[in-house]
Write a protein that binds this ligand. Structure first.
Ligand code: F0G
Length: 441
């Protein structure tokens, strides 16, 4: 198995390669990195993955991430032995990804204008720290363990820090989290405290916090933001669980909220690999939904018209756009603080993924996200405001007939509600579409 995984720069003219046991966030020329597997992986593994759903006491089979370990095998383990796995793999007792799979939600389907059986939403809030981040933190911490790292670091709008702190405390690793002061939901902040993270408040927004944490990371801490390609490997399993639930029949759409664009990029990477290995014969389209108040990707993709262009992407366009934002003091602003991001660090990977999947980018107002979040709740599922972008975005794409009525759609509900006052406020205001104000006795 040795030598089958490596890190490769995503810039097609650069394509520098590094071994997996080297820590770096970018190549020498400052481009993003991918984890690349040099050998095709046989689709007969589908049966093995399914069989592991009967975990037989092995938490690495119970884990919805490590159950698919052959598809994210940068640590190059080649064993089913629990003891051998536990020397290498990091898991929160098999809990990451264990409960998340796509569910039908009839009220959401009615709301977005789809047939009940054709819309499936996958609540990643069922992860141990309450968001999809745990999928990636299991793999990032595994890589950190391979490198014998003693301290991890991240910037966060809240969920990354909660997940990083949870995994770090369980692995006895120190964890510094840089957060935009006053812009993080109380439940997320509470988790970072609870799990013993060192919390550093930054004046400014997430983009400022990320710049600060990356500067500090050069003092020897290991970055677990989604710039880290090992983290994105774990998030690919969101797609695997969805596809497995459909017996590996490919849906027409995957729909993701877009913030730093790590999650949507991990999805399209998973799809690129599965397609190249012959596991899937059709490529689903990916829709990325921005908050209207933090719509950099929407603007760059739909208004400026920037494309990956088989790798010949004009990166200056992005720099010019950021300069324009700075000059006009344009700051991302949305109540969905999880995705209040102006400079999405994975924008190039997102463009690559949009090209591969013939994807689309939509944007939704806060009010639409509130309604989306509320209608998910009326189906008995809990999600946060940023995840409400998914039903809201599907509704909009249905209205535009981009998503067809009989398309099969899988939407990813990225996190559970960690700001209890958001639904309380929503439901007590009778102007809101799904409001259910309390009655007086
Ligand atoms: N949904 C939720 C609930 C999130 O917490 C995030 C990102 C996203 C969507 C966007 O995902 O960045 O991969 O495009 N939260 C990060 C954090 C930024 O720090 O917790 P993305």
């Amino acid at each position: 198995m040795k030598g089958e995984a490596l890190q490769r720069c995503i810039n097609v003219r650069c394509s520098l390669e590094y071994p997996v046991n080297e820590y770096r966030i970018r190549c020498e020329n400052n481009h993003l990195l991918d984890i690349v597997y040099t050998r095709s992986i046989n689709s007969s593994l589908k049966e093995k993955f399914y069989a592991r759903r009967n975990p037989e006491g092995n938490i690495y089979n119970e884990s919805g991430v490590w159950r698919f370990r052959e598809l994210i095998n940068f640590s190059q383990i080649d064993t089913d032995s629990y003891e051998e796995c536990s020397k290498i793999l990091v898991s929160l007792d098999g809990a990451e990804g264990r409960l998340s799979k796509p569910y039908k939600m009839s009220k959401v389907a009615d709301y977005v204008g789809m047939l009940h059986d054709y819309l499936l939403l996958q609540p990643e809030g069922y992860n141990p720290s309450g968001s999809f981040k745990d999928n990636g933190m299991a793999t990032a911490l595994t890589h950190a363990k391979m490198l014998n790292v003693k301290k991890i670091i991240c910037a966060s709008t809240g969920n990354t820090s909660a997940s990083a702190a949870m995994y770090a405390s369980n692995e006895d690793v120190e964890c510094d989290v840089y957060i935009p002061k006053g812009e993080v939901a109380p439940g997320k902040l509470a988790q970072a405290f609870q799990f013993g993270a060192n919390i550093i408040e930054v004046e400014g927004n997430f983009d400022d916090a990320l710049a600060t944490s990356l500067k500090e990371s050069y003092k020897g801490a290991y970055t677990v933001n989604s710039l880290n390609p090992f983290r994105l490997e774990g998030q690919k399993t969101i797609v695997y669980r969805a596809l497995e639930a459909l017996d590996w029949e490919v849906p027409d759409w995957f729909v993701y909220p877009g913030g730093a664009l790590g999650n949507s990029s991990s999805a399209t990477k998973a799809l690129m690999e599965l397609y190249s290995w012959g596991w899937i014969k059709k490529i689903p389209r990916v829709a990325i939904i921005n908050a209207a108040g933090a719509d950099t990707l929407y603007k760059i993709y739909n208004e400026v018209g920037l494309r990956w262009n088989k790798g010949s992407v004009d990166e200056n366009t992005i720099i010019e756009y950021y300069n324009y934002m700075d000059k006009n003091n344009l700051k991302p602003k949305t109540e969905a603080t999880a995705i209040q991001i102006g400079r999405p660090s994975n924008i190039l990977k997102a463009l690559r993924g949009l090209e591969f999947t013939n994807g689309v980018v939509e944007r939704v107002e806060d009010k639409e996200m509130y309604d989306g979040m509320a209608v998910v709740g009326l189906n008995g599922f809990d999600c946060e405001l940023a995840s409400g972008a998914v039903p809201a975005g599907i509704k909009k794409l249905r209205e535009k007939e981009i998503i067809k009525k009989d398309d099969i759609v899988i939407g990813i509900l990225t996190g559970r509600q960690k700001d209890p006052m958001i639904p309380v406020k929503y439901h007590t205001d009778t102007r809101n579409r799904f409001a259910r104000p309390p009655k007086r006795y």
